[in-house]
Design a protein around this ligand. Structure first.
Ligand code: AHG
Ligand code: MN
Ligand code: MN
Length: 307
């Protein structure tokens, strides 16, 4: 663990690990939005009075975070297209250089804003303005969590490791932990959806976890729940149910970036049958059943589902 006497900033770290300059610049610009987003919480506790493309009521902070991030990306000159949970369609930017494709969930865990629990921002980065590309094609992924500390977790691609930074009192992200590895012996489970809507196989899986002594840890923010599992081991699920065959969470904005980071940390993400990162996206707001976490429990659900 690195302490403040031993500061390595996100900027220095990106250089140290040989991150390509424009990708590093993009990650730094996005990281600079943590403070303005965080500062907006006290004044933005209410609903915005609008709905997003998935028919969900938008919170003022969903709209504000989307605007802050979009303005930053537009001004950067580094980005060719943006897909966002809060935008109906892909936003193509008039950028002579074809730039990056950025998929984002500007504010994940919106139902927790008014109760002051940890929420976050999730981002996946593709090349050449690509939005509807497979998760495994991503160049980089990151998330920021607004909790007791503001932290940033990122990877700059396959084989580059997953690293965690904390926003310090000088307003800089400093390295907190490098090369995170998801434990295989952790026993935390975060089960989304209503139990009464579970399919038989999913119910069997959850019963198995409980029988094996898994402890319930579900907050209502995917990013915070997966963050906990990344550190402690276990599994997050938001399954297909009798009512919603694709579950609730979105492939491009939630599953792919988080799955990419968990996979890079030695874990796995599945829709119950196959690696989510191999799915060819068909629509920007496409939903997908999710099982993400340590390899053991993710392999177990695939065994049950494929039986
Ligand atoms: P968002 O706030 O971006 O709409 O995402 C909410 C998601 C996810 O963060 C969380 O795991 C899940 O929805 C919670 O849903 P339930 O209220 O059905 O548990
Ligand atoms: Mn979300
Ligand atoms: Mn959201």
């Amino acid at each position: 663990m690195k302490y403040i006497s031993d500061i390595i900033t996100l900027e220095d770290y990106l250089t140290e690990i040989g991150c390509e300059t424009s990708l590093g610049d993009l990650i730094l610009l996005l990281s600079e939005q943590a403070e303005p987003i965080r500062d907006a919480f006290p004044e933005n506790q209410d609903y915005a009075g609008t709905e997003n493309a998935s028919g969900e009521d938008q919170m003022a902070l969903d709209v504000l975070a989307d605007k802050l991030l979009t303005d930053t990306l537009e001004e950067s000159g580094l980005v060719g297209a943006i897909g966002s949970e809060e935008k109906d369609t892909i936003l193509y930017l008039n950028n002579p250089y074809d730039g990056f494709g950025v998929n984002m969930d500007p504010l994940d865990g919106s139902s927790l804003i008014d109760v002051n629990l940890a929420v976050g921002t999730i981002i996946g980065i593709q090349d050449k303005g690509n939005i509807l590309n497979k998760g495994e094609d991503m160049l980089a992924a990151m998330y920021m969590i607004y909790g007791p500390m503001t932290t940033l977790v990122m990877t700059t691609g396959k084989g580059k490791g997953v690293h965690e930074f904390v926003l310090n009192n000088d307003g800089e992200f400093a390295l907190l932990r490098e090369n995170l590895r998801i434990p295989e012996d952790g026993k935390i489970y975060a089960p989304g959806a209503l139990k009464q809507d579970y399919t038989d196989k999913h119910l069997e899986f959850i019963d198995n976890l409980e029988g094996d002594g898994y402890k319930l840890r579900y907050s209502g923010a995917f990013v915070a729940d997966v963050h906990q599992i990344l550190h402690k081991g276990g599994i997050f699920t938001y399954p297909a149910t009798e009512k919603n065959e694709n579950g609730k969470l979105r492939l491009l904005f939630e599953a792919n970036p988080m799955g990419f980071m968990v996979t890079e940390a030695g874990g796995k993400i599945s829709d119950g049958y196959r690696n989510i990162l191999e799915i060819e996206p068909e629509a920007v707001h496409q939903r997908v059943p999710i099982y993400v976490g340590s390899k053991g429990p993710v392999n177990k659900i695939e065994q049950i589902m494929n039986r």
